[in-house]
Design a protein around this ligand. Structure first.
Ligand code: HEC
Length: 158
């Protein structure tokens, strides 16, 4: 019970922090602008894939690939991020090759891999970032000793 109370308090703290932050400033950081640009290119790539407009696929994949070579892309300096970036670049090159060859089957295959790379990097790198940012705010874990010192009956009755 106490554990649950602490956890919901923690959740409330997290939530209020989040609300306060989103209320106080709806400002979009330059990194977010940069990151969202990836979606704009990706949309064009989908369009190109769907209509077999290989030049559209090629150009927009090239833009994405170029983004991945810049300092703004390299916001995290850890080996996982570097590895994910490298994989993304390999698959983006494969997509450009497929578009140049006007081979729809290969375009579809490479496109799927590029998209999987977006997800894969976000799953590992964005989560890492999130956890790191929130570590300071998170409630301290309740030790077993503290919990057992509480009169159990009172907690159970609530
Ligand atoms: C190598 C890692 C990596 C790859 C690959 C990657 N991203 Fe991201 N992306 C990130 C990171 C890190 C952030 C978080 C940046 C932040 O919140 O400061 C992010 C954030 C975003 C955001 C959110 C921006 C916001 O408003 O908070 C979008 C949208 C996005 N990426 C789209 C894509 C798309 C589409 C692809 C694939 C074409 C892609 N990303 C590939 C690392 C990656």
């Amino acid at each position: 019970m106490k554990m649950r109370a602490v956890m919901s308090l923690g959740l409330a703290v997290l939530l209020s922090g989040w609300l306060a932050r989103s209320a106080e400033e709806q400002r979009v950081t330059p990194t977010q602008v940069f990151m969202r640009q990836k979606v704009a290119y990706s949309q064009k790539i989908v369009e190109g894939v769907a209509l077999e407009h290989y030049d559209v696929v090629l150009t927009n994949t090239l833009y994405l690939w170029r983004m991945s070579q810049t300092n703004s892309w390299t916001i995290l300096h850890n080996p996982v991020y570097r590895e994910k970036t490298a994989q993304f670049q390999v698959d983006a090159v494969a997509l450009m090759d497929a578009a140049r060859a006007k081979n729809t089957a290969q375009v579809l295959d490479a496109y799927a891999r590029v998209t999987a790379d977006c997800v894969s990097c976000h799953q590992s790198c964005r989560r890492e970032q999130y956890v790191r940012q929130h570590e300071l705010m998170a409630p301290k874990p309740v030790t077993a000793q503290k919990v057992s010192a509480e009169p159990n009956t009172k907690a159970e009755a609530k």
